[in-house]
Design a protein around this ligand. Structure first.
Ligand SMILES: C[S@@+](CC[C@H](N)C(=O)[O-])C[C@H]1O[C@@H](n2cnc3c(N)ncnc32)[C@H](O)[C@@H]1O
Length: 287
């Protein structure tokens, strides 16, 4: 991973070790992907739907020291085994977008499109000739911005290997402390439904048979990280089938609390086995 001295924080906050980890996984996958498809007849596109600025500020948990690393968009430009034929970077925040857009003038020989838009709207209108194109999509939101309709659209394209940062921590904070799934504001219930595509998230707190035995109607079971991401995985399987990789990576903050589940779904069914093998190999190698 390349360290630079010129980029600012993308978020106003700072990335941590987990940021380095996710970008390391992405970079390794992009490298392996372009190498694997080097002699195939397809044109290759990389789509970064939450692209940031191209750079990230990282703060060390030990001594608060700050360093700068390349963000996902820059990493994708720098893949050179077989460079992507086209790179599409989407960023909603105009200030960040303006910095992102400089990547075009800095790389005049590359086919880079930058789009100042909401990722979901952009992806819902994505059109390519998928007989010719294959690619990788990176969904790296701050929190709960990825909508289920977007995932449905991507799954149906059968063309984009997709890495999704599923926001466990943000979802945990939205779930009612009373553990009663009905004890939640309409706004948050709607948001959860937009993430999961239906109300399956309400099943996170089912009363156990033991509790019913004593006539206690309260919802006591804590779904934990595993429960939240397993419901999402079931939903993903309903769209991608066996293209969903069973292994995923839980990204932790400096206090060892889960932030995101990093999940991989392969694009085209005929390439899914090898894509999942590559992705699993990368995750396994990280220990
Ligand atoms: C975690 S950061 C992405 C970091 C980036 N992948 C990198 O490695 O540098 C999330 C980015 O998504 C942007 N964003 C938030 N909501 C968005 C949306 N609905 N559509 C597109 N971009 C959005 C934020 O402004 C932020 O720059």
């Amino acid at each position: 991973m390349i360290m630079t001295g010129t980029t600012e924080s993308t978020s106003g906050g700072f990335g941590g070790q987990w940021t380095i980890e996710k970008l390391d996984i992405l970079e390794r996958y992009l490298d392996a992907y372009t190498t694997a498809l080097k002699n195939q007849p397809f044109k290759l596109v990389y789509i970064d739907a939450f692209a940031g600025t191209g750079g990230i500020s990282i703060r060390s948990a030990d001594d608060d020291a700050q360093s700068f690393i390349d963000g996902s968009a820059k990493l994708a430009i720098e893949i050179d085994a077989k460079p992507f034929d086209k790179l599409i970077f989407v960023e909603k925040d105009t200030r960040r977008y303006n910095r992102l857009a400089t990547l075009r003038s800095e790389n005049p020989n590359r086919d880079i499109t930058t789009i100042n838009s909401d990722a979901n709207s952009f992806l819902s209108s994505l059109q390519e000739d998928w007989r010719i194109w294959r690619g990788v999509l990176f969904l790296d939101p701050f929190a709960t911005e990825v909508e289920w309709g977007t995932i449905e659209k991507i799954a149906n394209l059968n063309a984009l290997d997709t890495w999704i940062l599923f926001p466990i921590s943000a979802i945990t904070r939205m779930l009612p402390r009373s553990k009663n799934p009905d004890d939640i504001s309409d706004a948050w219930a709607n948001r959860l439904t937009r993430i999961f595509g239906d109300e399956s998230w309400r099943g996170l707190y089912r009363a156990s048979p033991q509790q019913s035995l004593f006539g206690d109607e309260s919802y006591q079971r804590d779904p934990g990280t595993e429960g939240i991401s397993s419901i999402y995985r079931v939903k993903l399987r309903s769209l991608f089938g066996t293209r969903v990789m069973e292994t995923s990576r839980t990204l932790m903050n400096s206090k060892n609390s889960p932030l995101f589940e990093f999940v991989f779904c392969a694009g085209h069914p005929s390439g899914a086995a090898i894509a999942k093998r590559i992705a699993k190999h990368i995750l396994d190698a990280m220990g």
